[in-house]
Design a protein around this ligand. Sequence first.
Ligand SMILES: [Zn+2]
Length: 296
Amino acid sequence: MRWREGRRSENVEDARGAGGGFGGGRGGGGLRLGGGGLILLLVGAWLFGADPMTLISILADGGSGSSIQVPDASMQGSAPAPAANDEGGQFVSVILADTEDTWSEIFATGGERYVAPKLVLFSNQVRSACGMAQAAMGPFYCPSDQKVYIDLAFYRELRDRFQAPGDFAQAYVIAHEIGHHVQTLLGTSQQVHQAQQQASKEQANALSVKLELQADCYAGVWAHQANRSRQLLEEGDVEEGLNAASAIGDDNIQRQTQGTVVPESFTHGSSEQRVSWFRRGLESGSMKSCDTFSGS
Ligand SMILES: [Zn+2]
């Protein structure tokens, strides 16, 4: 990707080294929650009438039994938070800025105003309005505070574990989460969430898949527009993106983590579906091509 000359966003918050907001002054690793802790927190928020919107990630949900793990770097000490002008921070900042420009333009065309989200860089764990989250869940978007959260260690996972290297693969990850922000601005996420509350587990999963595939399609729309306006893509980039979409398909992840594939439990879509919807957005550049809900 030709990203280095790009504008940098002012909406990046660097919370790396902040320890997720816990135990900062107590000279240690802070309070760590196991995988179950997050689920408890989310359930707790539900029971106590807090905003029930749960976070939406690019990978299988944290509560779905997936065992994606990233190396635990929590004991690296409490170095001061680096400014976001390191390579990773700069990259994220440019991609975010590009999504701001692209979506502002698309929204303006429809007579709407795009309200840009914040993007929080964190390490290991972070407290969001959707609860405490672990890096192991992968990057996610929290509709309640309208922020995208990403631990850049995920990019190593993407490259090494999912065999999806490349800067455009990394940009797709951000663009997918921004897709969830667009869905939130348009009210789609809220509608789906409401429908899910009256649905069976299988129906709720199917709705989740539609929401996720639409976010993939929106990521493609961004890439199309950004390339048309700012010639962002280089030879091989499209393949990198499609490869990443395939790598994080539910079937691929389930095959890796549990050895068997259970389509009814899919929450994000199969590799084939993710590639297909990302490609639709990429080729058309139009949100109209991203209606994953009709025909159901
Ligand atoms: Zn997602």
